[in-house]
Design a binder for this molecule. Structure first.
Ligand code: ZN
Length: 168
């Protein structure tokens, strides 16, 4: 899998958030950059910089080396962007999304759903019986919902995601 800018953006945004992108792209193509340099170059506060770096570290998107500064006598962390982790993380995100969609599809296929006409509640048959087919929110009657379109939509999404996983 080729690591494109788009792929990095997708993975980082999904796992850590948009604010981490600037740091990731700053580190890309560099090695062992001190967190003070990162903060300074990107005009970020040092605690904010560290916070984002640690969140990236949780997913192994970055790694660090701690070294004692000989002059100042304190420890400084030097950071690297682990570009090789991106395809792996992307696959992981994809398969988790696929599993969730499949689970949802199984649920839709396995039963009937009842919907309040004001759309405040949606539930399966057993739950609807429990509530006497009356919406627990507004008291309106709940009707059997035709979920064919939901099923079609889920199948489509699953197909798209599987194709995406295959082509990359
Ligand atoms: Zn209702």
């Amino acid at each position: 899998m080729r690591v494109t800018k788009k792929l990095i953006e997708d993975v980082v945004q999904e796992l850590v958030g948009e604010e981490a992108l600037v740091i990731v792209f700053y580190l890309r193509g560099k090695t062992k950059i001190s967190e003070f340099i990162i903060a300074e170059e990107l005009d970020l506060e040092i605690h904010k910089t560290r916070n984002i770096l640690y969140r990236l570290l949780e997913h192994n998107i970055v790694s660090f080396m701690r070294k004692k500064d000989k002059i100042k006598g304190w420890y400084i962390c030097y950071w690297d962007f682990n570009e090789h982790m991106i395809p792996y993380l992307s696959e992981k995100i994809n398969s988790e999304q696929l599993a969730k969609l499949q689970e949802r599809l199984d649920r839709e296929n396995s039963g009937q759903f009842y919907l309040c006409r004001n759309a405040c509640a949606r539930m399966d048959f057993e739950k609807a019986v429990e509530f006497n087919f009356k919406c627990p929110e507004c008291g309106e009657i709940m009707n059997l919902q035709d979920n064919a379109r939901t099923i079609e939509f889920l199948k489509q999404r699953i197909k798209e995601l599987s194709n995406q996983a295959k082509s990359s």
